[in-house]
Ligand binder design. Structure first.
Ligand code: RIB
Ligand code: CA
Length: 341
């Protein structure tokens, strides 16, 4: 058949499904340019083993049961795990149910998988983190060259402007494991590069104020159903049931009828950096604050005398993202209409 092949982007995804993580995985399944190599899991929205079972079940629902899913570290590197069943439901997928996974988890641990794949494919892989940064911090401790071995890191984490969604000024992923985020940012600091070694590519941070500049509403779910050929398919049923819980959460806690799909914007930006505008910033994470633990701090005026260690998104093309999100979720739903899930 004629037509130019879409260049594919090899990805690793670290996640904690979680409803928006689930839609991010479905977005990737509906993206021809996404070459999803593996998924790693950590505790966050719900406990790690539930996260891993959800990731396996969501990939099977999307027709991607062959994607390797690895269980990573179950909790933060230096503090107890806190989960948020009130946000994502007791099993992390809202009102939805999914069949038990039929494939075994990877024999590799999450951080070990990230390190092995980066060593095997130096400079080729984009790692997208959609969860507390525990697995990435452990991976960097295992392999300090990781910032140079990965092509790019894109992380949904942090909040620099406006209110937080966890503490008053903090975002969830950064707050669950602030020590991990701080260690990751330190590893990318240009001044930490070995003598004679150029700095690694700066990680792209997609913070809360950018992911909250877009939301889905109930009518969008019905539009996905229409695009998918009616909506009586397992993927649309999952989206409808998962978002039904998530809409109730946002109505109660955020006072609007809709839902922020944070993680889908991060994976969309990893596939198409043109969706976001970024600015280089020197960033660190508060780990000891009684009121502010997990706060991401940007030194915009050079007080610390350190060069930028991250590219922080400041805005997103939410109209283009919205259209792509609906279209790609509908693509997966249409493709899986005949499946038994
Ligand atoms: O603050 C939003 C982030 O925290 C998202 O990744 C969501 O899934 C939760 O993990
Ligand atoms: Ca997440």
């Amino acid at each position: 058949m004629s037509g130019t092949a879409v260049p594919r982007i090899p990805l690793l995804v670290d996640c904690d499904p979680g409803i928006d993580d689930a839609l991010a995985l479905l977005y990737l399944a509906g993206s021809p340019e996404a070459d999803l190599r593996a998924v790693t899991c950590t505790g966050g929205n719900v406990e790690a083993r539930q996260v891993a079972a959800n990731a396996q079940a969501i990939l099977a629902l999307a027709g991607r049961p062959e994607v390797e899913v690895a269980l990573g570290r179950e909790g933060p590197i230096a503090r107890p795990l806190v989960t948020t069943p009130e946000t994502h439901g007791p099993q992390g997928i809202g009102d939805a149910t999914l069949p038990e996974p039929r494939t075994p988890l990877s024999l590799r641990g999450g951080p070990e998988l990230i390190v092995e794949e980066a060593r095997r494919h130096p400079g080729a892989l984009t790692l997208v983190t959609l969860a507390p940064l525990t697995n990435l911090a452990v991976a960097i401790a295992l392999e300090p060259r990781l910032p140079w071995l990965l092509r790019r890191v894109v992380t949904m984490a942090g909040a620099f402007r406006g209110d937080g969604n966890t503490h008053p000024t903090t975002e969830w992923n950064a707050t669950v494991d602030p020590e991990a985020f701080a260690e990751v940012l330190a590893a990318f600091a240009p001044e930490r590069a070995p003598a004679g070694t150029p700095p690694p590519p700066r990680p792209v941070i997609v913070p809360l104020e950018v992911t909250e500049s877009h939301h889905l509403v109930a009518a969008d779910v019905e539009w996905i159903a229409t695009l998918a050929g009616g909506g009586d398919d397992p993927v649309t049923r999952f989206i409808r049931d998962a978002l039904a819980f998530y809409f109730r959460f946002h109505a109660e806690y955020d006072g609007f009828h809709g839902a922020y799909i944070h993680d889908a914007l991060a994976v969309a930006a990893a596939l198409d950096p043109g969706l976001i505008s970024t600015t280089p910033l020197t960033v660190d994470v508060e780990t000891a604050g009684r009121l502010t633990s997990g706060e991401t701090v940007a030194d915009r005026r050079g007080r610390w005398g350190r060069p930028p260690n991250a590219d922080v998104a400041v805005r997103a093309d939410t109209a283009t993202f919205h259209d792509r999100l609906l279209a790609r979720l509908a693509t997966v739903a249409r493709e899986q209409r005949g499946s038994a899930a």
